[in-house]
Design a protein around this ligand. Structure first.
Ligand SMILES: *[C@@H]1O[C@H](CO)[C@@H](O)[C@H](O)[C@H]1NC(C)=O
Ligand SMILES: *[C@@H]1O[C@H](CO)[C@@H](O)[C@H](O)[C@H]1NC(C)=O
Ligand SMILES: *[C@@H]1O[C@H](CO)[C@@H](O)[C@H](O)[C@H]1NC(C)=O
Ligand SMILES: *[C@@H]1O[C@H](CO)[C@@H](O)[C@H](O)[C@H]1NC(C)=O
Ligand SMILES: *[C@@H]1O[C@H](CO)[C@@H](O)[C@H](O)[C@H]1NC(C)=O
Ligand SMILES: *[C@@H]1O[C@H](CO)[C@@H](O)[C@H](O)[C@H]1NC(C)=O
Length: 426
């Protein structure tokens, strides 16, 4: 009995220790690796929008702490946005049947994409990671002790393995007649009237992803000649090995174009999301002679099923964007994120492009989303009189922890502690 009692005292001492030091434990064990995507070949004015399967990625049961990236050339030099515009890159998780190897763009039933936690559904905006032109200047680090759990062998179905795929959309704007127009995927500049599948586009559709699909060509200046070149997405991943001190976060992406409908069935109220991903910013309706243009405000209200504590937040906007805010049902600000525009020529500070988005790192516990709360997403763009903007986005990416470290540790600690005591006595 004496032994047991000592063990108990010892365990209580550990318990006190664990509760008193809410973990800087992961800080020193951060691993990191730099990878290159497959080669992306681009000639002046051309577009590459491909899906790369079986991406290089850290393996094992780990927690991702950050995912940073940039576009580089054959020599590893940073490529500025006015040469290769990084429209977007997204990285998705999938389970792949063992023995089946995938090729570029070859999606079939041997793969099952593992979505993030919402809010869109199906295969829309299900990525784990992803950004656009703002990639170089946007922090993606997840504060301790939180992380994105991946590679848990218990979750991977029998006969499958976990893999990662990237969709990289890059537009080469060397020598084009209108760089901003090409990056906004204006259909007239691409001379596109049918979408990728050959379906005619509506005459109201002035620009967007349906006009800048893989292999199309943006209009070049008369007589412009430039060489073809290869670029890569170079990405740096930081992670820690999974252990009971890492607190998992869920990934949500909210879309300002989402017109959610509620359907009622035997299981209750179910939201059906319609996420269009992109939209048009109309030209100003009245003349703005001062040249300052007008502000176009878009908003949507979205029910959030199971809440938690916001650990990180960032918006995604295109050129013309001037800020985006996510509000709680009572009007409190959950996170506000604004773009930073470059004012130079060097990569990471290209004039006129969004080179970074501000991020939110609330003190864990300070920003809570309640179960069933209706959130409002607002996305602001500045417009002008000559055509507005086409193919813009208003997304908001948030990481939500369902429990805080002390709740999470207490739960996992007490359950193993009582199991331990049970084992001692019985
Ligand atoms: C999927 O694609 C792979 C690689 O091209 C091929 O080997 C496999 O048979 C395909 N599977 C199905 C179910 O079509
Ligand atoms: C993979 O291939 C091996 C050898 O060809 C075979 O024995 C095994 O059953 C295959 N596994 C799956 C999941 O198809
Ligand atoms: C645009 O496409 C049409 C047919 O789709 C073609 O006849 C025309 O030459 C193209 N214009 C340019 C500038 O490439
Ligand atoms: C954005 O707001 C404008 C102006 O209120 C409106 O005309 C447009 O339909 C909205 N777009 C979307 C995608 O909601
Ligand atoms: C968006 O514009 C509205 C109206 O001008 C303003 O009240 C709001 O603060 C703006 N929000 C952001 C994030 O810029
Ligand atoms: C660019 O912006 C930075 C920060 O806003 C400022 O410090 C710098 O002076 C600007 N440079 C030019 C050339 O305008």
């Amino acid at each position: 009995m004496c032994f047991v009692f000592q063990d108990l005292i010892f365990s209580l001492a550990i318990l006190v220790l664990v509760l008193a030091t809410p973990c800087s434990c992961t800080e020193n064990n951060i691993k990191s690796a730099v990878f290159l995507s497959p080669k992306i070949e681009l000639g002046p004015g051309s577009v590459s929008n491909k899906f790369y399967y079986d991406l290089d990625f850290p393996r094992g049961h780990i927690a991702i702490k950050s995912f940073d990236a940039e576009v580089v050339d054959e020599y590893g030099n940073s490529v500025p946005l006015y040469e290769t515009y990084l429209h977007h890159w997204i990285v998705e998780r999938y389970y792949n049947q063992k023995n089946v190897t995938q090729k570029v763009n070859d999606h079939n039933s041997s793969q099952h994409v593992v979505r993030n936690s919402g809010l869109c559904q199906g295969d829309v905006l299900g990525q784990y990671f992803g950004l656009g032109s703002e990639t170089r200047g946007t922090s993606t680090y997840i504060q301790d002790p939180f992380g994105i759990e991946i590679g848990n062998p218990k979750e991977i179905p029998e006969g499958y393995e976990e893999k990662w795929l990237a969709n990289i959309h890059a537009i080469d704007t060397r020598g084009v007649v209108d760089k901003m127009g090409c990056t906004e995927c204006r259909c007239d500049l691409y001379n596109v009237t049918k979408d990728e599948n050959g379906e005619p586009l509506s005459p109201d559709y002035k620009g967007g992803l349906h006009c800048c699909y893989d292999s199309v060509q943006c209009r070049l200046k008369e007589g412009f000649k430039g060489r073809k070149r290869s670029v890569y997405l170079r990405y740096t991943i930081r992670w820690v090995d999974w252990d009971s001190f890492v607190v998992p976060v869920k990934i949500y992406i909210l879309d300002v174009t989402d017109t959610v409908q509620i359907s009622h069935d035997s299981k209750g109220r179910n939201p059906i999301h319609h996420c269009q991903i992109e939209y048009q910013v109309e030209p100003c309706s009245t003349r703005h002679e001062d040249g300052n243009g007008c502000v176009i405000v878009n908003r949507t209200s979205l029910p959030f099923k199971s809440g938690g504590y916001v650990i990180y937040g960032v918006a995604h906007q295109h050129s013309g964007g001037i800020g985006s805010t996510l509000y709680g049902q009572d009007g409190r600000v959950i996170c506000s994120s604004t773009p930073r525009y470059g004012n130079g020529t060097e990569a990471g500070n290209e004039e006129g492009y969004i080179v970074g988005m501000s991020t939110c790192y609330p003190k864990p516990g300070s920003i809570k989303i309640y179960d069933g709360e209706t959130l409002t997403l607002v996305s602001n763009y500045s417009s002008n009189n000559n055509g507005g903007h086409t193919g813009v986005m208003g997304l908001f990416y948030i990481l939500v922890a369902e429990q805080l470290p002390h709740q999470y540790f207490t739960n996992s600690f007490f359950s193993s502690f009582f199991l331990y005591i049970n084992n001692l006595f019985y």
